[in-house]
Ligand binder design. Structure first.
Ligand SMILES: Nc1ncnc2c1ncn2[C@@H]1O[C@H](COP(=O)(O)OP(=O)(O)OP(=O)(O)O)[C@@H](O)[C@H]1O
Length: 777
């Protein structure tokens, strides 16, 4: 696969073997910063040397950047490294796609407002994203403050605000400045139909994207490199497993139900063996399995995680946040997000219990500043990341200088939804990775008043910003020490340590950094600094000799909270197009077996031995297919396997009904049908050669979608059908040579226990983003 990827890349993209092997680049020798005290030491193990060109953060600065925020003289005189120039970093604008699939183009979703300057008091211009109880340091003005981590927003003489009347009462005033977008146009494409193929040479592609190496795996998604064969541009393609998301959503629903039961005094006295009996483990497993298998059983919010991620990513526009290029909804089971590629990989690869060579303080500072810039932008726009960790902070360039945050999977806009009455500390639905998780989010055996006394109690609606600050602190700690701030194999012990133990900062750490780490990792959220207040942090600014870029410029691109409709439509999951796609897939995957079976049933019912051709049956089902892609014509997938299938010999009652009713699809649809297979469908077509595997997955999903369109009610009750539907490929045991897997979370048993608790240690113990935890009983 790897050599073929290289050949493909060379052929289509003009990218040399070096670029294809993006994970092990040979970076140029580091150029050290101006200050001799901060000379970079040997770069850490496994990490190519950073290019420490002094103006590392300069690429984010627009040309018109005010002198007050320029880097030091030394730095500003140094030329920008070519790899980090804004032009080099901006993804090129994709050409108009060929009319090969249905494509809906949306206009840019980011609005830029130009507001007439209105001088205001800088101290009130941009209130902190969360209001903390007053502390002694708050009483000082920021200018006069000598605190190492000032508590107030930096003064901003140029700040202007919107007309307060136009503001939602729930949203604080914000500054509006034009900032040139590093990501260029924020327009993106939503592709309703798609096809995936795998050639005999093993090269897979989705639409015009040729897939390459796996870049990473998360809790519910796999990320692979993809080359646009039309433009040669490289992207990262994130394939979500909706099935996994449904499991997470169902587990969360169960957890909340149990919590409510406990609060109402129910659910106690069931005896030992939690979850036994009615509503217990057995039924929990059933519910989770059902949720995973059937999109309709898990309730209306079952895909909220991915939809929210997509909706947010479509809207953000910041040089330190990875942007979205295209969204493709391939099948009812998978969705694809085409993202900006971050070729340099994670800023630190650190597994639980491991220790790696740390960055020098100066290296860490240059990286951390960029995280702060990205998070400040999110917080300013009332978005909480909630899963900040080194795995989600990637170098976008091979020179490993420019950092971008990915994975907004657990981001939520700060004020929606409001935490429910049950969302008290320790009972919150916890998203993020345990090792980087703030103490107030973790389960505790302590009573509420004890927590209040310790400052660990959260105020409603003000949960997340300080949680991000903690995660930033844990990430910084990992960068400069090469290990996690708290480590334990047992998650409960890990939680205890995070909540109670003081963080152990090595004596080698400089005083300013120690101060910063101590404040970021303060147990009480109210004692942590706000992100904007970091603008004047001595360590981050190298004692003010290397100031942060202007805060106002950094947050100048205003984004609006995605509406419910935008979240709903984040993925173009239209039943109609799903039907069209699936009926095409049916043809190409030998699904005419089902038609043959139905024909027999029909004949039996009619008392005749019909010998109608398969094609006639296909037409009757409205399965006309136009193949206009050379790939599809030449692909083996376009040669249907018509062998009878053992599992398809049992007709679906509903599909028989459809056929008996003589339904036809509208002619227009027949004209526009495209072939559509998911990556895994295409792959399984070649790796699972048994008739069962050929007929099981998309066949049934195609039938499901057909039913969905016309008989949603019947669809929902199909699990009660006396004749069970054949299992989809995802339900069937995977063959050993099946190339795809889902981050170790394919089955509910792997992801969560019978009580519906998602296990913490799915990714080496530290990465379980978006997982749901249950407080210990
Ligand atoms: N744009 C990108 N470019 C390069 N690699 C990426 C990109 N996005 C993600 N990755 C890699 O893929 C991995 C998994 O991606 P991601 O974190 O988005 O998945 P996830 O399922 O949301 O993970 P999590 O479990 O943290 O929620 C990342 O840790 C990273 O190494």
């Amino acid at each position: 696969m790897a050599p073929i990827s290289k050949i493909i890349s060379t052929l289509f993209c003009g990218i040399g073997s070096d670029s294809n092997d993006g994970r092990s680049p040979s970076p140029p020798p580091p150029v050290l910063t101006s200050d001799q005290q901060h000379k970079a030491a040997t770069p850490p193990h496994e990490l190519p040397a950073l290019n420490f060109a002094a103006p590392l953060t300069a690429p984010e600065l627009p040309k018109s950047h005010p002198p007050s925020v320029q880097a030091s003289d030394d730095a500003s005189s140094a030329p920008l490294p070519p790899a980090t120039s804004p032009a080099a970093l901006s993804p090129p604008i994709a050409p108009v796609p060929k009319l090969r699939q249905l494509v809906v183009s949306e206009p840019p979703s980011i609005s830029h407002y130009v507001i007439p300057p209105t001088p205001i008091d800088p101290l009130t211009a941009s209130p902190p994203p969360f209001e903390r109880p007053a502390t002694p340091s708050d009483s000082r003005s920021p200018a006069a403050s000598t605190s190492s981590t000032p508590r107030l927003y930096p003064s901003s003489p140029n700040l202007t605000v919107t007309d307060p009347r136009s503001r939602s009462p729930h949203r604080p005033p914000r500054g509006h400045h034009r900032r040139s977008s590093s990501t260029g146009s924020r327009s993106f494409r939503e592709t309703l139909n798609a096809f995936a193929v795998e050639g005999p040479d093993g090269v897979r592609s989705v639409n015009h994207y040729v897939l390459g190496e796996v870049l990473g795996r998360g809790s519910y998604a796999t990320v692979e490199k993809a080359i646009d064969r039309e433009t040669g541009h490289a992207y990262a393609i994130k394939e979500f497993s909706k099935r996994r998301l449904r499991q997470i959503a169902a587990a969360e629903a169960l957890r909340r139900e149990r919590q409510a039961d406990r609060m109402n005094g129910r659910g106690r006295g069931r005896g030992r063996g939690r979850g036994r009996g009615r509503g217990g483990a057995t039924s929990a497993s059933r519910i989770l399995q059902a949720a995973a298998d059937d999109p309709d059983t898990a309730g209306p919010d079952n895909l909220d995680l991915v939809k929210t991620e997509v909706a947010i990513m479509k809207k953000v526009d910041h040089p330190n946040l990875a942007s979205v290029h295209e969204v493709i909804d391939v099948t009812s089971d998978d969705a694809l997000l085409i993202m900006e590629l971050c070729e340099g990989g994670p800023i630190l690869k650190l597994k639980d219990g491991e220790e790696v060579k740390p960055y020098t303080e100066e290296e860490a500072r240059l990286i951390f500043r960029q995280l702060v810039l990205g998070i400040a932008y999110l917080h300013h726009n009332e978005i909480i990341h909630r899963d900040i960790k080194p795995d989600n902070a990637l170098f976008s360039d091979l020179a490993r200088t420019h950092v971008k945050l990915v994975d907004f999977g657990v981001s939520k806009f700060a004020q929606t939804p409001q935490p429910s009455a049950m969302d008290k500390p320790g009972n919150l639905s916890v998203a993020g990775s345990p090792a980087y998780m703030a103490p107030e989010l973790l389960p505790s055996s302590k009573k509420e008043d004890e927590e209040e006394e310790e400052g660990l109690k959260l105020e409603d609606g003000k949960v997340g910003y300080a949680c991000d600050v903690w995660s930033l602190g844990a990430t910084l700690y990992a960068l400069v020490t090469g290990r996690l701030p708290f480590q334990a194999e047992d998650p409960i012990e890990l939680f205890r340590q995070i909540r109670e133990d003081p963080v152990d900062i090595p004596s080698t750490v400089s005083e300013p950094l120690r101060n910063l780490l101590t404040s970021l990792l303060a147990k009480s959220p109210s004692a942590r600094p706000s992100v904007p207040s970091l603008w004047s942090d001595p360590w981050l600014t190298f004692n003010s000799t290397d100031p942060m870029p202007s805060y106002e410029e950094n947050v100048s691109t205003e984004i609006q909270e995605p509406s419910g409709e935008e979240v709903d439509h984040a993925l173009a999951a239209y039943r109609g197009s799903a039907f069209l796609a699936m009926s095409a897939a049916a043809k190409f995957k030998g699904l005419l077996n089902a038609a043959m079976v139905r024909r027999k049933s029909e004949a039996a019912l009619a008392g005749s031995s019909s010998t109608d051709s398969v094609e006639a049956d296909t037409k009757a089902r409205g399965g006309g297919v136009m193949v206009d892609s050379p790939e599809m014509v030449s692909s083996p997938i376009a040669s249907p396997d018509l062998r009878p299938s053992s599992t398809s010999s049992t007709p679906s009652p509903s599909s028989s009904r459809n056929n008996l009713a003589g339904r036809r699809r509208p002619a227009a649809r027949e004209q526009t049908t495209m072939s559509s297979l998911s990556i895994s469908d295409a792959t399984s077509r070649w790796t699972l050669s048994t008739p069962t595997s050929v007929s099981g997955g998309s066949a049934e999903r195609a039938k499901d979608d057909e039913q969905d369109e016309d008989e949603d009610t019947e669809m929902r009750s199909r699990s009660d059908s006396p004749t069970p539907m054949p299992a989809s490929p995802r339900q069937q045991p995977r063959t050993t040579d099946e190339p795809r897997e889902w981050g170790g979370t394919t089955a509910p048993s792997a992801a969560m226990d019978e009580a519906g608790v998602v296990k913490p240690d799915e990714k080496g113990g530290t990465g379980a983003g978006a997982d749901v935890w249950e407080d210990p009983e």
